[in-house]
Design a protein around this ligand. Structure first.
Ligand code: PLP
Length: 418
């Protein structure tokens, strides 16, 4: 017991859900032949590139990297990342180092962006299933998440028309994640352009978390950084200038396999950066310096590493698709994740994930972790039957083992199948 009171905002915020899944797995007796198989948290399945580790070692042992930095980060990394964005979204994407602020991870990039945009009592539109840290952040800040439901029959793609109907005078932003967490849905460039157009029309911000952008191996994620005359989509307003509306968030955790070093970025108008800077000054001062120095020297040489990692993950997605038992249905797949409907009639995915972890040693996350809390005894609906599998975590052999254990669950759990 403590004698002091906690803030209502933190009390109202849900607990981080991933530890719950690991707790289920505590009951599993792993053996050499039947190891625990973890497809829960989205973590890179391969180590970071050696050249990064060497550059980091040198940077970390230099007294010059021990001091504070400007809030928005190491200038050399800002320059390099502007260039990387122009290459990734090119050929004529227009981003400069003045548009970039380096943050201590993409979660912090989101906290900084949404704090800069919205006040307590304001509304921000958020698709469901949501990335739980987005919802938790907003709840903590007193910002109301307005839910834009997405549906399996639409491949979990959000609808700009339904979004338009949710906009009110209190709406400050719409936040999307593509490739999505948790559904894996990759939003087509034309859909992203339609949301940009909507945000432009209503003078609200369009925040796109592109943590998994490098796992799109065919084509560009979108064309928002270019002028509309060069847009392939033709969806953007004629006077489109990305800085007026768009905020891009990125994480170094997945593309460069360094989640523990906490590096992310916000790419936004230089007119917004001074306000963002005030938030950054309070919550991070600056992001960790040695990884920034190391990244600035190696990122341009890591394009093939990033590409090969993404191709390996795409291959694993294909393997997962091929090996998944027939009754388990993939609703969408991309980035790190596959969103899968389990085959047990009338059973909540929470229950299925719990037994998968406890009895069969497969850790996954149920859809219930990515949406509003539902009544304990509510009738199980289709939306309650989805499970997120992080295919990036494991190697090909483990993907096969997971699929084998899913097949076993059909007979072992004793539940009715569809
Ligand atoms: C959509 C999304 N945004 C942000 C993050 C967190 O990224 P970082 O490690 O850079 O904070 C994740 C991590 O899983 C994510 O899925």
């Amino acid at each position: 017991m403590v004698r002091y009171r906690l803030s209502n905002a933190t009390l109202a915020t849900g607990r981080p859900p991933i530890p719950q899944a690991y707790q289920w797995a505590d009951a599993y007796q792993a053996t050499h032949d039947r190891p625990l198989l973890d497809m829960s948290q989205g973590v890179p399945g391969v180590p970071p590139p050696q050249s990064f580790l060497e550059a980091l070692g040198a940077a970390a042992s230099s007294p010059g990297s021990c001091g504070y930095l400007p809030n928005v980060g190491e200038p050399s990394l800002r320059t390099v990342m502007a260039q990387e964005i122009n290459i990734r979204y090119g050929p004529d994407a227009d981003v400069t180092q003045d548009d970039i602020a380096i943050t201590a991870g993409c979660n912090l990039a989101f906290v900084a962006a949404v704090t800069t945009l919205a006040d307590s009592g304001d509304e921000v539109i958020l698709p469901v299933p949501w990335y739980f840290n987005h919802e938790m952040t907003m709840t903590m800040l007193g910002i109301k998440p307005v839910l834009l439901h997405t549906f399996a029959k639409e491949g979990f793609l959000p609808s700009p028309e339904r979004c338009a109907a949710l906009i009110t005078s209190k709406t400050k932003a719409v936040v999307l994640v593509s490739p999505n967490n948790p559904t894996g849905a990759v939003y087509p460039p034309s859909l992203i352009a339609a949301f940009a157009k909507l945000a432009h029309k209503y003078n609200i911000a369009f925040v796109l978390d592109e943590t998994y952008r490098d796992f799109i191996i065919n084509g560009v994620p979108h064309r928002l950084f270019s002028r509309p005359t060069t847009s392939l989509e033709g969806e953007l307003p004629q006077d489109w200038e990305w800085r007026s509306t768009f905020i891009h968030l990125f994480s170094f955790s997945k593309s460069y396999c360094i989640p523990g070093h906490r590096v992310g970025l916000v790419c936004a108008s230089p007119n917004v950066i001074p306000s963002l800077n005030k938030v950054l000054d309070n919550i991070q001062i600056c992001a960790p310096r040695p990884p920034q120095i190391a990244l600035a020297t190696v990122v341009p040489s890591l394009r093939s590493f990033v590409r090969e990692t993404a191709e390996a993950v795409a291959h694993r997605h294909k393997l997962f698709r091929e090996r998944l038992p027939l009754r388990w249905k993939i609703g969408s797949q991309g980035g790190y994740y596959a969103f899968v409907r389990h085959p047990f009639a009338g059973v909540h995915a929470n229950e299925v994930c719990k037994r998968l972890a406890q009895e069969l040693g497969v850790i996954t996350l149920p859809a219930g972790f990515f949406g509003p809390k539902r009544e304990e005894n509510a009738t199980v609906m289709d939306e309650d039957r989805w499970i997120r599998f992080s295919v990036a975590n494991v190697d090909d052999e483990k993907v096969e083992q997971v699929c084998q254990r899913l097949a076993e669950s059909e007979s072992e759990f004793g539940w009715n199948l569809d």
